[in-house]
Design a protein around this ligand. Structure first.
Ligand SMILES: [Fe+2]
Length: 302
């Protein structure tokens, strides 16, 4: 039976009716979920029993190609041995909480900045599917912001100014803003890509600001002027009326559209409490793009 979606916020985000995503394989149900993503941009599926393999498999059924290189884990590897599965936990290989000064923890702290996933590669990330395997006792929420509504509310002159602009995204930049240091070899591999500042959803026709803390500059603008514009847009787009705050339950799978939303993690006592979230991000591959034998597109950098 096709899922139904109950709104969680006046503008976007919805909760799906009960559905075991491990067994969703038919074209009609997958199409209904994709349509739900186009409309709501964030979908919450409770009580999932996903393991790593079934999470990866569902992401591929939903959207095809997977993002498989994220930041320094592309160079250091991750505890899952699969770069398509991104570790959003605070745990080491033995399942113990990372020490405060661990480099992986320091790197991951930038997830607390507003961002979109995998905007720093080409093609960029489309859907992120974040599975909550274990939740900390004081369970911090993940916050989302609706970049379509933020766009809609801009005045016409502002829209005309912004629409043709292009921005440079690099995951190294969002880390460097917080003072994280990269080796010359790492920096060379994390050069980033150029993306449009405004995107249009091909199904709904709605436009959205495409922002992230990964954005280092606006092409053709001086650095200070570009960064002031970006700060202004980030302030506008993250006003409380655009924000949905998701309170996690163990077993939740939350899917968000990185091309229509931003998100950020919130702080918790992460040097004492265990939290295990695992993310798979699909790629916004143009229709008909060739996939390699592993079902992934080839892409440079990050
Ligand atoms: Fe993220």
């Amino acid at each position: 039976m096709s899922p139904t979606f109950r709104p969680l916020h006046p503008l976007y985000a919805a909760e799906a009716s009960p559905l075991d995503l491990r067994s969703v394989e038919d074209a009609a149900t997958l199409a209904a979920i994709r349509q739900g993503m186009h409309e709501h941009a964030v979908l919450v599926f409770h009580d999932q029993r996903l393991d790593d393999a079934s999470q990866l498999a569902f992401a591929q059924r939903l959207d095809g190609a997977l993002h498989s290189k994220t930041g320094i884990s592309a160079m250091t590897g991750n505890r899952f041995g699969n770069e398509a599965l991104t570790d959003i936990s605070n745990l080491d290989e033995a399942g113990e909480v990372l020490p405060a000064d661990d480099r992986r923890r320091q790197y991951g702290l930038a997830n607390r900045l507003w961002h979109t996933d995998a905007s720093f590669v080409e093609p960029p990330g489309r859907y992120s599917l974040l599975s909550a395997r274990a939740i900390a006792p004081d369970a911090p929420p993940t916050e989302f912001a609706d970049m379509r509504a933020a766009w809609d509310d801009l005045d016409p002159a502002r829209k005309a100014l912004l629409e043709p602009l292009q921005a440079h995204h690099s995951i190294a930049y969002s880390r460097q803003v917080l003072g994280f240091e990269f080796s010359a070899e790492e920096a060379e591999k994390l050069k980033g890509v150029v993306q449009p500042l405004v995107r249009t959803n091909p199904v709904t026709g709605r436009k959205a600001l495409y922002l992230a803390s990964h954005v280092s500059r606006i092409l053709g603008w001086s650095l200070p002027e570009g960064r002031l514009l970006l700060l202004d847009l980030m302030e506008h787009a993250t006003q409380s009326r655009y924000v949905y705050s998701h309170q996690w339950r163990a077993g939740d799978l939350v899917i968000w559209d990185n091309l229509q939303t931003m998100h950020r993690a919130r702080p918790f006592d992460d040097t004492h409490q265990k939290r295990d979230l695992r993310r798979v991000t699909t790629l916004a591959v143009p229709p008909g793009a060739a996939l390699n034998a592993a079902g992934h597109t080839a892409h440079p950098g990050g």
